[in-house]
Write a protein that binds this ligand. Sequence first.
Ligand code: AMP
Length: 444
Amino acid sequence: MFKFYLQLLPNKITLLLWYTNYYMSFKSLGLIPELLKAVKKQGYTTPSPIQEKAIPRVLERKDVLASAQTGTGKTAGFTLPILQILHQTKKEGRRPVRALVLTPTRELAAQVHKNVVDYSQYLNIKSTVIFGGVNAKPQIKSLKYGVDVVVATPGRLLDLIDQRALSLKRVDILVLDEADRMLDMGFLRDIKKIIALMPKRRQNLLFSATFSKEIKKLAEGILYRPVLVEAAPENSTAEMVEQKAYRVDKANKIEFTIKLISDGNWKQVLIFTRTKHRANRLSEKLVKAGISSAAIHGNKSQGARTKALSGFKSGAVRVLVATDIAARGLDIPLLPHVINFELPNVPEDYVHRIGRTGRAGASGEAISLVDIDEVEYVKGIEKLLGQKLEAEVVEGFEPTAKPSENKPKQNNRNRNKSRNSKPKNSNSGGSNKNRRNNNRRRRR
Ligand code: AMP
């Protein structure tokens, strides 16, 4: 037991020091003045734990295998040192693509690129973003005069390579961002194709929130003697997140959601559903109830997704209803409320979902509505987190339904099986208030 607390200690202290603004400066990580100025402009005062660990190692030109998800500051963790390396190794004349960041979704690609633009504003470094679902012509045009950094989703990148709009022959640094999600989305073949088009000698950085057998295999095939960086273990997302669960009948979930939002006068709520259809339906019902809302999922055009997201970020839209894949990588700082309208059938997705709140040191609340058919999902989530998710019952919404015959199936995507270690918290019988005590560290 003592050993367990000892293991937990360094990470807790790191997080605590970050949150209390008492840690080392960006300067002490070895960043150049142009980048320090850009970081300052973003309002960052102290590096996050992942930045503190990753930046010096990337600057040393090491391959890095990092356990980190959105919300930990991982993007700056790889972008800042990459920009520094590109700046310091820049040659006169043409600009070949020297750094490639691959992401699973268009939204994440756009966000990472925005970070690249923000951080490179005082450097002579050019970048562009490439993703599908939009006209390729402006992307081809942006590549024409040369860029140093390309942020891309795999499919469109391969299309443009086929069209000879760019070459990867001079790529010196490759980043696989949210590698677990890329594999979940079936990008393995594309990733392999892309890698085959690059020089064999290059620096590789792989970021992933979870480490399945497949991810480890991918990492082994790509990374050369990687440095392991683990700043925010998967379930430490819960550090700053208050988790609540309510037992409620499926038929009453919409009404209950409206009540939560109205009673709490919540201004910015992200709601997760399992299906696109349910996302649309819930969003429509919220609008009918006078709560501005937009749905975001794979069937929506890129334009509609961007509009929904920017409306949500600006505050014009109070509720964003999303499916798991669509929400992946969304950067919505300081999101106060997340509702799991339906629980995910993959326990790891719960962690990804609640990672949308309590970001970068801010606290947040994640609420799960659990109907009778989802009780099994709760068990899977509890097992992963190593803590109980006690469900409350609210007066007027007491559950009466019996389990349905064709209840949804748990989908573990083989991920649980492939974990090297799972949370085995001896405190797991505690209430959700024990979340801070109950976090467990995943070991690779
Ligand atoms: P990421 O995990 O890269 O998606 O970043 C999550 C959020 O944290 C983004 O909104 C960043 O702008 C913000 N962020 C990144 N680094 C820092 C930092 N050192 N201090 C404060 N906020 C940060």
